[in-house]
Design a protein around this ligand. Sequence first.
Ligand code: PLP
Length: 477
Amino acid sequence: MRYISTRGRSPAQSFCDILLGGLAPDGGLYLPEAYPQVSRADLDEWRGLSYAELAFRILSRFIDDIPADDLRALCEKTYTAEVYCHAREGDDPAEITPVRWLEDGSLGLLELSNGPTLAFKDMAMQLLGNLFEYVLAARGETINILGATSGDTGSAAEYAMRGKHGVRVFMLSPHGRMSAFQRAQMYSLQDDNIYNISVRGMFDDAQDIVKAVSNDHAFKARHKIGAVNSINWGRVAAQIVYYFKGYFAATASNDQTVAFAVPSGNFGNICAGHIARMMGLPIERLVLATNENDVLDEFFRTGTYRPRATAETHATSSPSMDISKASNFERFVFDLVGRDGQVVSELWSGVEQGGSFDLMGSQYWACIDDYGFISGSSSHADRLATIRQCDERYGVVIDTHTADGLKVALEHRLDGVPMLVLETALPAKFEETIREALGRRPDRPADLADIESLPQRVEVMDADAAAVRAFIEAHCA
Ligand SMILES: *Cc1c(COP(=O)(O)O)cnc(C)c1O
């Protein structure tokens, strides 16, 4: 399996070659040159497999430069009930992504947030940690991961990379801007290879420092600086697996179809659903849900993709979906325009200059319905109402992002088609809004009850790229 760029002007690469990198040299994103196809016989054989074995079967269609036994071992090491230990009471952690039915067989939550940091990013990031360690050891290389986080991504990366040989993580976070729980989650890690840097400034200041350091090509090469951001192909690939697992859990036979509702920001999660569908998984609908930052909803309703400026981005109570441009969206558009890298290049050359594009009148929009997408958006008031309704009607407390998904899912149910809402975080992560909705604190997993009282390890620094550069230099041997 070779990987090509969505802009069509980079040489094809193998999986391990693109695993540690980011964008393709032409500025595009990597995708398989063709999607592996899943037959009815495959589905019959895969129904009933454990999560780890299913992950191996699916990923081996995308990865041909890791020996099968090694890839299977990496999947088995990653997808265990010990790692994904935060299932709701009564749900089986051995399922890794159990389904909690709200209405029996017709409306359910696909639990993706039972990993160490209580958000779905653990599903892919934990595998990435093991893949990185494996590939780096095989090549005798090391990597220094540099990132900025406002919460979910940074903690998922740290929990995935902690203790991994050949990997160091330098994670910048805005000083005093994260919740006490989020701070404790990251800063209580005592592993030698994890460095938390708390920057006196906002998230954007931290992000600017990462950009400045990464644009210093000599420094980047000398210190082997890498990233694990949401465009990483390995993350998208790992996420394909739970769409299959969810399909098997929601259907009794492979003649049936299913719908998924996906709380979306950077289009990474739902991109994996799109690919599962392109592989032949019988997905009737992909319901894309946004919050007030509705760039993607606007596209699927009107054909216009208009990324917003940072200043136009709303800070909402589903903060992990507060994006102004959806970095993985280019992957879908590549398929929509018939995999023509030239067309994608032209569309994005406008976008990168602050513009937008409109496909409504184009030949491409004629096939949009073939892809099964439908979309909607949600507001703070919707979120509170949905959390309340879910608690009252079904006795299940959901987080704010999952609430956005459920709100839009309820607008697009089809008779006879089970609807699975992807649960992208546990409510314990967003206590404040849950309290606003329900007047009480959400349950917190027992092992995290006192996390705020653990000793913390963090470097507080001015928002100064030179200081961060010096810190990295001093700490990477
Ligand atoms: C990252 C995240 C999302 C958005 O996922 P994308 O892949 O960026 O679309 C939604 N909910 C939560 C809780 C997240 O952490």
